[in-house]
Design a protein around this ligand. Structure first.
Ligand code: HEM
Length: 234
């Protein structure tokens, strides 16, 4: 089977799955509660598992906080780069899942913040500088503002273009925070375990390149790829 046919089939599968949902599940999914809950529970499970293995001392809590940040990152990546990936593959229906991924990111971020608060309480030394606390708090506030404003009824109150600009600014800012943690800091301090950073660093760079490339194509007025007319897939 040709690659383009495979993409067409999986895109159709995603749309069919979307069309089949109903009842309470549909309500929870539409409101985003189930997605935020999924992100929250996955992050919490990761944190608890790491604590069980590493212990509840500051090093263990630090490791759990960093592991949770990686779970949050995976959801963020789909919210951030999912649209660009979908545009290249011609899967419009998959692009619709970006909001859900963003909600799951917000759920996981809440667990990250709870563990951060715990880490601040038990650490002998403040884990990150005051300056970076401000930058990260801004990122977290931006993420929650985006999630709240993406609620369909609130979103309808915004001028579409204004909301797009706001969402781009917030997403690029959070991407920069991840880039700082996964790429800039490891390069600056030459971390002991590069494997903890390398795949995530690569993903954030790849995600940014895909997004900017897709944006450039839109600005230049180039047509989006369709599964049956995709030069990218051939
Ligand atoms: C959108 C918001 C945020 C993002 C994207 C984010 C991202 C991250 C990432 C990627 C890590 C792992 C770093 C590593 O492995 O070296 C991390 C850890 C951490 N974050 Fe966040 N974070 C956010 C919000 C916050 C906030 C608001 C605070 C504090 C006020 C905070 C404090 C910390 C701390 C203390 C660690 C653990 C550092 C360590 O023990 O090495 N984060 N964060």
């Amino acid at each position: 089977m040709r690659q383009a046919d495979l993409v067409r089939q999986s895109c159709a599968g995603a749309s069919k799955f979307e069309g089949n949902r109903g009842g309470l599940y549909a309500m929870l999914t539409k409101s985003g509660v189930s997605w935020a809950g999924t992100g929250f529970l996955l992050a919490l499970a990761t944190g608890l598992l790491v604590l069980m293995i590493a212990g509840r001392h500051p090093e263990g809590v630090s490791l759990a906080t960093r592991s949770i940040a990686r779970v949050a990152f995976v959801f963020f990546w789909f919210a951030y780069a999912g649209g660009a990936v979908a545009a290249f593959l011609g899967c419009g229906s998959v692009a619709g899942y970006r909001r859900q991924a963003g909600l799951a990111f917000a759920g996981a971020l809440s667990v990250h913040l709870a563990f951060v608060a715990w880490l601040f309480r038990i650490s002998a030394r403040q884990p990150i500088s005051d300056e970076w606390v401000v930058y990260f708090v801004l990122g977290a506030l931006g993420a929650y503002a985006l999630v709240i404003s993406s609620w369909p009824r609130l979103r309808a109150l915004w001028e579409n273009r204004l909301w797009r600009v706001f969402s781009i600014v917030v997403l690029e800012y959070i991407a920069f925070l991840f880039f700082r943690d996964f790429v800039l800091l490891p390069l600056q301090y030459w971390v002991a375990h590069p494997a903890e950073y390398f795949p995530f660093g690569l993903l954030i760079i790849l995600g940014a390149l895909l997004r900017w490339f897709a944006a450039a194509r839109r600005w230049l007025g180039m047509p989006r790829n369709r599964p049956n007319a995709s030069t990218f897939m051939r």
